[in-house]
Ligand binder design. Structure first.
Ligand code: HEC
Ligand code: HEC
Ligand code: HEC
Length: 124
């Protein structure tokens, strides 16, 4: 009465279809998009997990310090090099593609930082 072959094939297709978002994203349906990381450096100004969640606060903090106290120094050295508190001269020196880095994530997260109304993005 039933064609078990067809039912099983149907079930397999159904399961693949329903679970597509899970295995397509390697088991994590909420995975962040792939961003292009700098090729010539291995570390960010802070540990990467912290950067992922706190880079906005860090940028605000840098801006306030620079504009209110004129303090541009940043006391973290990366591979022996000192960096300033600066969006253009620090972040964008390593993350040299706004499109393939910042935008990639922001589009996914539906945020549009207004910083680029004034700050220059790297020429691409
Ligand atoms: C010295 C080069 C360098 C500078 C300067 C730098 N970054 Fe990074 N950044 C990196 C590298 C390399 C990684 C990847 C680190 C890793 O995967 O462990 C990274 C990772 C990140 C990540 C996480 C990306 C991910 O994989 O999820 C964010 C967000 C980020 N940086 C934002 C910034 C911002 C904002 C600034 C300026 C405040 C900045 N970075 C300055 C090199 C840099
Ligand atoms: C790993 C993903 C990721 C990367 C890469 C990334 N961001 Fe973000 N960024 C986010 C998320 C998610 C938010 C929203 C956070 C929230 O609303 O709490 C955000 C918010 C911001 C904000 C605050 C915007 C607002 O309206 O509140 C600024 C400023 C910002 N990012 C700057 C940058 C810059 C500059 C770069 C590139 C150097 C960058 N981000 C790269 C994920 C990322
Ligand atoms: C209305 C224009 C404007 C907007 C929008 C703006 N900035 Fe700025 N920002 C400035 C000016 C002007 C300075 C001072 C430049 C200097 O003295 O080097 C500055 C300085 C900074 C500095 C420290 C100096 C440097 O070289 O980067 C940081 C960090 C910064 N802004 C981050 C941000 C971030 C993050 C955003 C978006 C959330 C943003 N700014 C939006 C105008 C703007």
């Amino acid at each position: 009465m039933y064609d078990s072959g067809k039912i099983i094939t149907g079930l397999i297709i159904f399961v693949l279809f329903v679970t597509f978002p899970i295995w397509y994203n390697h088991g994590d349906a909420g995975a962040v998009p792939k961003v292009e990381l700098p090729k010539d450096s291995k570390e960010c100004v802070l540990p990467v997990e912290q950067m992922r969640t706190e880079h906005m606060q860090l940028l605000n903090d840098w801006r306030d310090k620079v504009l209110r106290t004129g303090d541009r120094s940043f006391d973290v050295k990366i591979a022996g090099k000192e960096y300033q508190k600066s969006l253009m001269n620090t972040c964008m020196q390593c993350h040299s593609s706004k499109k393939k880095f910042c935008d990639q994530c922001h589009t996914y997260a539906s945020v549009t930082p207004y910083c680029w109304d004034c700050h220059l993005a790297p020429v691409e």
